[in-house]
Design a protein around this ligand. Structure first.
Ligand SMILES: C[S@@+](CC[C@H](N)C(=O)[O-])C[C@H]1O[C@@H](n2cnc3c(N)ncnc32)[C@H](O)[C@@H]1O
Length: 308
């Protein structure tokens, strides 16, 4: 896991109370930790990290309404919401499913970048890029077309693992990612002709019509609640016959939910319908998990759609 975000309150005593509270929280004394955090917020009412941690503790203690109040205070204290209090509010059912705060994603992955590959691949058995690669080969071979691509766009490219998996089959890669630190690692691979720190939908919007023959998103759609804008843009940017391939986390119901890992899970019917509304044809949809959590595969989908 990435290091925990700490935003100082600017008040030394309040910051110290926070540190003691974290020690108590880690030792399992949640009631005492909550007490200290309340004291810290009395000293520094705009102490986002203290409100956020209090929200987590209260949620863990089953005190839903008090947790909701703390998470709302955390977000009010840091309107960019770098801690991701909004996600907890959605998860607690206090707010509708909505977009993830960009500052949260950026902060999370900037903090994560240095240890990302070891943490994801070694600890969580991450296999998104190889699953995408196999699915794309399957679709191409069923269509009796070579699996070779002139230009691929890698959405949420991270450190470049997906480009690594497709390197021999792609002439030229473009990568977009919200996290500047992840982009630095991607740049170091020398696999990308172009890299941009950009939201994936905004990045695609800057691309000409029919300018790519492959769009990839490995473990990146899990950070988007609404897949329609990204699939619509992918459809516009692809040449006829081009492919969009992505992994998603899923659940048995309909629509989009937020899972325990604070990532979105998209129902299979939602994925099918969104692909169809983007004017794309679903070529492959398989129940496959891209990563484990607590050594258990997280329910997932691998989708490949074609632009006709
Ligand atoms: C779990 S990582 C996966 C990285 C890479 N695709 C891989 O397979 O290793 C998710 C990446 O998506 C990026 N990301 C999340 N939401 C994004 C968005 N809306 N636009 C661009 N990048 C985003 C994150 O910064 C992070 O680098």
């Amino acid at each position: 896991m990435p290091a925990r975000l700490f935003l100082s309150s600017g008040d030394l005593v309040a910051d110290r109370r926070f540190e003691f509270a974290r020690d108590l929280q880690l030792k399992g004394d949640l009631a005492a930790a909550a007490d200290l955090l309340l004291q810290a917020t009395e000293l520094a009412p705009n102490f986002a990290s203290a409100w956020f941690t209090l929200g987590e503790i209260r949620a863990g203690l089953g005190q839903r309404d008090a947790a909701v109040a703390a998470f709302r205070n955390a977000r009010a204290a840091d309107p960019d919401d770098r801690h991701g209090a909004s996600l907890h509010l959605m998860r607690l059912g206090a707010e509708e499913i909505a977009a993830m705060p960009q500052a949260y994603v950026q902060t999370l992955f900037d903090q994560y970048a240095r240890r990302f590959e070891a943490a994801l691949v070694d600890d969580l058995g991450y296999r998104g890029p190889s699953l995408l690669f196999k699915a794309v080969l399957t679709v191409r071979s069923a269509a009796k077309k070579p699996a070779f691509f002139k230009r691929a766009i890698d959405l949420g490219c991270g450190t470049g693992l997906a480009a690594g998996a497709f390197a021999k089959e792609v002439d030229r890669f473009t990568g977009f990612d919200l996290s500047p630190k992840m982009i630095e690692w991607a740049r170091a691979t020398a696999l990308y002709a172009e890299l941009e720190v950009a939201d994936m939908v905004r990045g695609l919007r800057g691309q000409p019509d029919s300018s790519a023959d492959l769009v990839l998103a490995a473990d990146a759609m899990v950070y988007l609640a609404d897949l329609a804008p990204v699939l619509n843009e992918a459809g516009r940017v692809l040449i006829p016959g081009g492919l969009v391939a992505f992994t998603a986390e899923t659940h048995e119901g309909d629509g989009v939910i937020i899972g325990g890992g604070l990532r979105y899970a998209h129902g299979a019917n939602y994925v099918r319908a969104t692909i169809a509304s983007a004017g794309l044809t679903l070529a492959h949809l398989e129940d496959l998990s891209a990563r484990n959590e607590d050594d258990v595969p997280v329910p997932g989908l691998v989708a490949v759609a074609v632009k006709s």
